[in-house]
Design a protein around this ligand. Structure first.
Ligand SMILES: [Zn+2]
Length: 305
């Protein structure tokens, strides 16, 4: 599942690929994904993408008429970009059919699945295209006026972004007297957005904090953060920034080859490393896997307390 760094990487790739382009047509190949597509989706044709923002794991494309096209990659969504020459090189109609009429894209070899999961195809005035592919169809597409953004049901209750202005005092206020574990608390999008399962495990490991620690115990009685909580906030920022930086460089390599926007493989210190040695210098512990709220947590019981 794409986490915040992957979504930020996709945003940066979309900025390079489609910013300031005018949409001439959108090909819609099914009725929706997790929710039905908005009925007015075809009306984005004729409008220009003037900005591409990210809020938590939502991509927000600002159009020149004051509307916002929201997309969420769900479990398996991705965008693939094709230049006009690549699109023209297909040298045949770009909309084909299989299985008695199910429309597929002609980019199936590049987007995968024979093109059967290329649900949306954005055609730009310069002939380039952006294809949204999502085999598991948990993605979300929505379209709304930008003045509605603060009260949009998917966006209104999101917590702060885990970057610049976010700090340990803000987190302490959210965690004060919370009896839940710190791992579950930082996965809660009302506490802070975009710290998914992988990065929560990694940040807790780097901080030496057990994921089972009660969240409230990392806050002093007067509501101020403990040193351990200060450290955790620093490591959350570092780990997300490192992942974004490595995603960006991978993306550049990809783009040189075929303009594809993809995810990237990380080398994690604990995530997915059950029964392997802890990578923290001098620790000598062994990574364990436990379950918290039905999700896997990886930790080193020796250096995480
Ligand atoms: Zn360890």
């Amino acid at each position: 599942m794409p986490e915040l760094p992957e979504v930020e990487t996709v945003r940066q790739g979309l900025i390079k690929g489609i910013l300031d382009k005018r949409i001439s047509e959108v090909l819609i190949r099914r009725e929706g994904l997790r929710y039905p597509f908005p009925e007015d989706l075809p009306t984005i044709a004729g409008h220009t993408v003037i900005n591409i923002r990210r809020r938590a794991k939502y991509l927000l494309m600002d159009l020149d008429d004051g509307r916002v096209l929201l997309s969420h990659l769900g479990m398996s969504g991705r965008y693939t970009l094709f230049s006009s020459s690549e699109a023209n090189a297909a040298a045949q109609p770009l909309l084909g059919t299989v299985n008695g009429g199910v429309p597929v894209s002609r980019f199936g070899e590049r987007t995968g699945y024979g093109g059967k999961h290329d649900h949306l195809e954005f055609v730009f005035a310069d002939g380039s295209r952006a294809i949204y592919t999502d085999p598991r169809r948990f993605g979300i597409i929505d379209l709304f006026a930008n003045i509605e953004e603060p009260v949009h049901p998917l966006l209104e209750s999101l917590g702060p972004e885990p970057f610049d202005a976010w700090n340990a005092s803000m987190l302490a206020r959210k965690l004060h007297r919370r009896k839940t574990s710190i791992k579950i608390a930082i996965l809660d999008q009302k506490t802070v957005v975009g710290v998914g399962n992988i990065y929560a495990c990694e940040a807790l490991h780097r901080s030496g904090i057990s994921p089972r620690t009660l969240a409230g115990s990392l806050v002093r009685k007067n509501g101020k953060p403990t040193l351990r909580l200060e450290r955790l906030v620093g490591h959350v920022k570092d780990i997300l920034n490192e992942a974004i930086a490595s995603g960006g460089s991978t993306l550049n390599d990809f783009a040189n080859v075929d303009g594809e926007l993809g995810y990237f493989a990380h080398h994690f210190a604990v995530y997915g490393r059950e029964d392997e040695p802890c990578l923290k210098e001098g620790c000598g512990g062994t990574v364990e896997r436990i379950t918290q709220s039905n999700r896997s947590t990886f930790l080193c019981p020796r250096c995480q307390r």
